[in-house]
Ligand binder design. Structure first.
Ligand code: G3H
Length: 215
């Protein structure tokens, strides 16, 4: 597509208490963001505020996790990503979608404080090399890059605008790829909550606009 919009899910129950991973629901604030994102999609992405007559067709990708699906709930007439077998993989006995958040294995569901107390060596190793560090029985950012590869190829074949409602870790990688930042930088990029990042992919380069929908 010429334009890729990306957004993290609205605040989740786990975000609120500082836990990573899991599959929690969005909070009340998360619901507010979901509504704001529905309105933004209708007005801005689909062009209804400009009275264009026919709304722009908009592709929508979410992960398989509750927090992204709930955040996309108010998006009108989306063209959903076809969840065929190719985007799924098996991880420690569970089925993961290509856009699901980086899986923290034995640390899934913990706070960073808990990880540093229970697994101090792991905590330090990850700090030292966040890109290649793989959580025991989980993933590294490099692992996520390989599962995102077919999806990124697909992005380039679309003509319509695409909105990805995703997760911080995964969006860092897609963002770095699209704007041409080195992958070593990706794990520390800032992808804030409550914000739509719009990337216009132009021949002369990428134009980026960030819009905070909840303040
Ligand atoms: O749950 C994981 C986070 O969204 C990614 O955070 O890779 O900076 O620990 P991190």
């Amino acid at each position: 597509p010429h334009t890729v919009y990306m957004s993290r899910h609205g605040q989740s129950e786990y975000n609120k208490i500082g836990r990573i991973g899991g599959d929690s629901d969005i909070t009340k604030d998360g619901q507010e963001y979901a509504k704001a994102l529905g309105k933004y999609t209708f007005e801005v992405i689909q062009g209804n505020s400009e009275g264009l007559g026919k709304p722009v067709k908009c592709r929508l990708w979410t992960s398989s996790l509750r927090r992204t699906v709930q955040t996309a709930r108010y998006i009108p007439r989306p063209v959903l990503h076809d969840k065929d077998g190719s985007t799924w993989k098996q991880m420690d006995g569970r089925r993961m979608h290509g856009l699901d958040e980086i899986f923290a294995g034995i640390c899934d569901g913990m706070t960073y404080q808990e990880i540093s107390e229970r697994y101090p060596d792991e905590f330090v190793l990850r700090k030292e090399n966040k890109l290649s560090y793989r959580y025991p029985r989980g993933e590294s950012y490099l692992d996520v890059i390989s599962r995102l590869d077919p999806l990124v190829q697909e992005i380039e074949s679309y003509r319509e605008p695409l909105l990805i409602v995703g997760h911080q870790g995964v969006l860092r990688l897609i963002y770095a790829y699209l704007v041409g930042r080195p992958r070593e930088e990706a794990p520390s990029l800032s992808i804030p909550l409550n914000t739509v990042i719009k990337l216009d992919l132009l021949t002369e380069g990428v134009r980026e606009t960030r819009t905070e929908l909840l303040t």
